[in-house]
Design a protein around this ligand. Structure first.
Ligand code: NAP
Ligand code: BLA
Length: 334
């Protein structure tokens, strides 16, 4: 599936859909890496598309539909609003392109599963970025979790106050999707660390803007029970109803507790607290992009798999259903 070592003539030819934060980080890496050639971008507003093209010295495609069928591309990176992920990935795979997505793969599990099947059929890479797994907090958890014995409880809370709440896609029901699907990293951290989920229950509340397609704030929580018996809670909130932010990851084990508040980590055992060094949240899109290039050029395995991303999406989709039906749901066996 991967090509031989890079030569100037044998570079991976890439197109990006999206011109925002993630797209810019991707473009920077692709321009600097001799194994890749950034060919084109498909944007949204004319002004931001033009600025992106000027900054990176490339030509815009007229639409994402044109981009995915461009015969000069090997790989399409999808870094646009969540609502479009599934349709663009499907079209790109059908056009015979490899596909890299910023999470989430799609806004529901069924669509994600179809994309996985399609990629397999087409024999193309379908990779979903999960930069949270590359980040300092997650790496520190992996490094220290063996010190706290059997883990029985974990909780991850992210609250982001924002006032006034913007009228942008991240506050738009359709474009963002159900918050625990959109912010899939909250759940994928748990599935990466603790394996299979047995049951979920969840709640969600939304506070509408004047235009009800947008919300001023949202709050979702989910209780996950893992096959191992471990209990976990995920809390995600943002918007103008919050007056204090929070990003706290707590892991309780029989022999100790790990607590991460932002990028500060602590290990607590027998009444003693020690500080855990935590790496940065920066440079993660670079790491992901380089992992993709290593995969194509050297056949090096990626740090995460489509199966793992899809399983996190399945859990998040159950959370969406549980919050609508107010029921505890058991995940069906595969
Ligand atoms: P962003 O900076 O807000 O950029 C969003 C992009 O989508 C821009 O090109 C924007 O174009 C375009 N867009 C906005 N509304 C649109 C609409 N209605 N229809 C079509 N295009 C529209 O967002 P981002 O942070 O880069 O996020 C992009 C993707 O990466 C999302 O799926 C997100 O979940 C994922 N992701 C981001 C991060 C991160 O750290 N930022 C981390 C993990 C995953 P205009 O500006 O011209 O409107
Ligand atoms: C995740 N950040 C995300 C996501 C979005 C944004 C839409 C995916 C959904 C989610 O998991 O919540 C958007 N993040 C932003 C915006 C800012 C921001 C608009 O911080 C404005 C400042 N991402 C950035 C910036 C950093 C960043 C500037 O845009 C700074 C280091 C990091 N965002 C970052 C990381 C994740 C993420 C590491 C993965 C989520 C996680 O760690 O769980």
């Amino acid at each position: 599936m991967y090509s031989p070592l890079a030569t100037p003539e044998n570079r991976l030819r890439v197109g990006i859909v999206g011109t925002g934060y993630a797209a810019q980080r991707r473009a920077e890496v692709l321009l600097a890496d001799p194994r890749a050639k950034l060919i084109t971008v498909a944007g949204h507003s004319a002004a931001n598309t033009a600025a992106f093209c000027q900054q990176f010295g490339i030509q815009a495609s007229d639409s994402w539909q044109d981009l995915v069928t461009n015969p000069d591309l090997d790989l399409v990176i999808i870094a646009t609003v969540n609502q479009l992920h599934g349709a663009i990935a499907e079209a790109a795979l059908k056009a015979g392109k490899h596909v890299v997505l910023e999470y989430p793969l799609a806004l529901d599990y069924a669509t994600g599963k179809q994309l996985q099947d399609l990629a397999q059929c087409q024999n193309k890479l379908l990779h979903v970025e999960h930069i949270e797994l590359l980040g300092g907090v997650h790496q520190a958890i992996r490094a220290y979790i063996n010190q706290i014995g059997k883990v029985f409880y974990a909780r991850y809370s992210t609250i982001q106050p924002q006032s006034p709440a913007p009228q942008r896609w991240t506050y738009h029901h359709q474009q963002f999707g159900f918050p625990l699907i959109a912010a899939l990293s909250r759940i994928s951290r748990f599935t990466d660390l603790f394996g299979s989920v047995k049951t979920v229950s969840a709640q969600s509340s939304f506070w509408p803007q004047t235009d009800p397609e947008y919300f001023r704030a949202c709050l979702c929580n989910a209780d996950l029970r893992f096959e191992s018996g471990l209990m976990a809670e995920v809390i995600y909130g943002k918007g103008d109803i919050f007056h204090q932010g929070d990003r706290t990851f707590t892991i309780q084990g029989e022999k100790g507790t790990l607590i991460f508040t932002g990028e500060t980590g602590q290990l607590i055992q027998n009444g003693e607290t020690s500080t855990i060094p935590v790496g940065s949240r920066r440079g993660l899109f670079k790491q992901d992009t380089e992992a993709v290039l290593d995969y194509f050029q050297q056949g090096k395995p990626l740090y995460t798999s489509i199966e793992a991303s899809l399983e996190a999406l399945r859990v998040a989709d159950y959370c969406a259903q549980a919050s609508q039906t107010h029921q505890t749901l058991a995940l069906s066996p595969h």
